[in-house]
Design a protein around this ligand. Structure first.
Ligand code: WT7
Length: 630
């Protein structure tokens, strides 16, 4: 079989207390998956039926490869589901949003009713600026409640939002504004990071040069004295809001009207504007929040992402609010004023669901367990991870030190393009460190060879999705060819670009991006595998490996290693690490070179950019690096 390779599989597993599964919304995985397979359309229609619609759908799904339509001809507004539905119910005075600023005293709380009213006013303010259904609005904001308010206000009036993470620079922002043709940019004077101000508005000033579609810049002014607004183009966030009418009926949207564009870095070429539409995205994020995160009315949900990533769109804003949850957001970073801050927040607010990234978990490990141990984390009920493979070492630490060997760990595999969780271990099912888990009910995923044939357990191959799902992306903005490629690399399957392997129980281990694969002497190795072996050594905090051309072996492995506190670089340690990899994976995976480094090039969402390391190593062009953190 072509495009496949063997992967040794770990056998360890943990089983959470049965009460988790018994009390969960989903119940037994096998039964739920069977319900889905028996009648996929009914499965999705039942979930959609829990939400509010102005007009029902004529068909649940229409599929003409590679174009899907879900809930055809239905009419809805996602904010009516995220806000009005709760504001008109007993959830009216329930806390929707808790915001925690950098200064430990600064805290803001908005109930569903308060959030609803603010969104309506700001929606009218946008209309007053001339924004209409179908216009694009760019958000470039710090993590404050106004970010969420502005985003929901766009959705309320049918404007397409394009959020650009506040850590991006002017060139990246300019490219995204231009590609999306944004009419309005919403920003703030500053964001706060580690006690310092980040001048966002200054970056916007630079980014709107040569962006002729931009008509107005809305500025949230947080500092005093207030930043002066100069040109005709600039308006104050609060002022336009106060001047606007308090009531704003939601725009009636068609199921397939676009809801937002979100740019994601392709491994090659410029960022892709991933387009999601109203109904399918709403149903997918609502479903996964309620049935996969098992969101209950008394949960306090903290997803540490920024709204500028898909994780924030789906699991800070749309999913949790559609499910009527209490959402915590914060501008604080994990290590300021000290590495205990995240755990104090968990204790202070009684966080029950905590969702973060492996890169953050490895950082917490590096800080040491004394920090979480200073706090009472008993409120936690579920802990989750997303963004990269959660290596077994990090799983163990997360499960024991943060989850108290009690909380199910949800290692959720998904993408900007998928909109919602696709693969994980659902609440209460047996967990296997290193494995994300099985496709969730509603998703048909598999590992295949390059011809599209399923491979046997233990054989690595390409991760594919075989059937369309409601929250799948509908387009790459202005680039149909790039959209079609997702469904044509392997005929009629969606290829995610990731390599994976299944075990006998159908659990899927994600090995990393296929373009990160290293081929040593004819053997394929996922970068994640080798990195995971390195990180399982007590001296290693984090690592990245790349393949370098090698006359003998085709490719040789070079490893970049960040050491944990208390360990010093030495030749002896290098041979120890090499031996450690040999013992964990085999001689084939032994790095031929190891460099000790202080940091690794990462995207702003925390993913290691191996191609940057590789380009530097080989002295070649790294391609588009606008998503690089530093
Ligand atoms: C890529 C998608 C989805 C929100 C954050 C990232 C990697 C994501 C996992 C996981 C192993 C993972 C994949 C995927 N990835 N989650 N649980 N285990 N890898 O969104 O920026 O669109 O990146 O992130 O490589 O393809 P994104």
């Amino acid at each position: 079989m072509s495009g496949t390779f063997d992967v040794p599989l770990e056998k360890k597993s943990y089983r959470p207390d049965p009460s988790y599964r018994d009390q969960s919304w989903l119940g037994s995985y096998d039964e739920a998956y069977k319900r889905f397979l028996d009648d996929p359309e009914k499965f999705w229609a039942d979930i959609a039926g829990e939400l509010d619609w102005y007009r029902p759908w004529d068909a649940v799904r229409e599929w003409e490869l590679p174009y899907a339509r879900w809930f055809t001809n239905a009419k809805l507004n996602i904010t009516a589901n995220c806000l009005d539905r709760h504001a008109a119910s007993e959830r009216r005075n329930k806390v929707a949003l808790i915001w925690r600023g950098e200064d430990e005293e600064v805290e803001r709380v908005l109930t569903y009713r308060q959030l609803h009213r603010k969104v309506m006013r700001f929606a009218n303010a946008l209309r007053d600026l001339g924004v209409r259904k179908g216009d694009t609005v760019c958000l470039y904001m710090p993590l404050v409640p106004e970010h969420i308010i502005a985003l929901l206000a766009c959705a309320r009036i049918g404007a397409v939002h394009s959020i650009v993470y506040g850590g991006f620079g002017a060139a990246a922002l300019n490219a995204r504004i231009r590609d999306a043709g944004a009419k309005i940019v919403i920003t703030a004077d500053v964001g706060y990071r580690r006690g310092k101000r980040v001048a966002l508005k200054t970056i916007v000033d630079e980014a709107v040069v040569n962006a002729p579609t931009v008509e107005k810049i809305v500025v949230l002014r947080r500092t005093s004295p207030s930043l002066e607004l100069f040109s005709e183009m600039e308006v104050d966030f609060e002022e336009i809001m106060e001047a606007a009418d308090p009531y704003c009926e939601p725009e009636v949207m068609d199921a397939e009207d676009p809801l937002f564009i979100l740019y994601t870095s392709g491994t090659t070429g410029p960022p892709k504007g991933i387009v999601h539409t109203c109904a399918g995205y709403m149903v997918g994020t609502y479903y996964t929040t309620k049935y996969i995160f098992d969101m209950k009315d008394n949960d306090v949900h903290w997803c540490t992402a920024d709204p500028g990533w898909i994780t924030g769109h789906s699991y800070i804003v749309y999913g949790p609010l559609a499910a009527g949850a209490t959402v915590l957001i914060t501008e604080v970073v994990p290590d300021y004023p000290d590495p205990g801050i995240f755990w104090r927040i968990v204790e202070d607010f009684g966080v029950t669901i905590f969702y973060t990234a492996p890169t953050a978990i490895r950082m917490f490990m590096r800080f040491g367990e004394e920090w979480p141990q200073k706090c009472n984390l008993d409120s936690l009920r579920l802990i989750g991870s997303v963004g990269e493979p959660l290596n077994p070492e990090a799983f163990e630490w997360y499960y024991h030190t943060i989850g108290g060997a009690r909380c199910p760990v949800l290692d959720t595999w998904w993408q900007t393009e998928t909109g919602m969780h696709m693969i994980t271990t659902t609440v209460g099912e047996k967990m296997k460190p290193g494995f994300a888990g099985r496709p969730i009910p509603g998703v048909v995923a598999d590992v295949v060879d390059s011809e599209g044939a399923s491979v046997a357990p233990g054989t690595g191959g390409l991760l594919v999705i075989k059937e369309p799902w409601p929250s799948m992306m509908r387009a790459v903005h202005n680039n149909d060819e790039r959209y079609r490629k997702y469904w044509s690399t392997i005929d009629s399957y969606y290829t995610a670009g990731d390599l994976a392997v299944k075990d006998e129980d159908g659990y899927i281990m994600v090995l990393g991006r296929s373009d990160d694969i290293i081929i040593v002497a004819g053997h394929n190795l996922g970068t994640a595998e080798v990195e995971s072996a390195l990180v399982s050594h007590e001296a290693v905090a984090e690592s990245a490996v790349i393949g370098k051309p090698d006359v003998m072996k085709g490719q040789a492995i070079k490893a970049f290693v960040i050491l944990r506190e208390g360990f010093k670089p030495s030749e002896k340690l290098k041979s120890e690490l090499t031996y450690h990899v040999r013992m964990s994976i085999g001689p084939i995976a032994m790095p031929s070179e190891i460099d000790f480094v202080d940091s690794l090039p990462k995207t702003r969402s925390g993913k290691i950019m191996r191609r940057v390391l590789k380009a530097k190593e080989l002295g070649i062009d790294p391609g588009d690096i606008s998503t690089l953190e530093e």
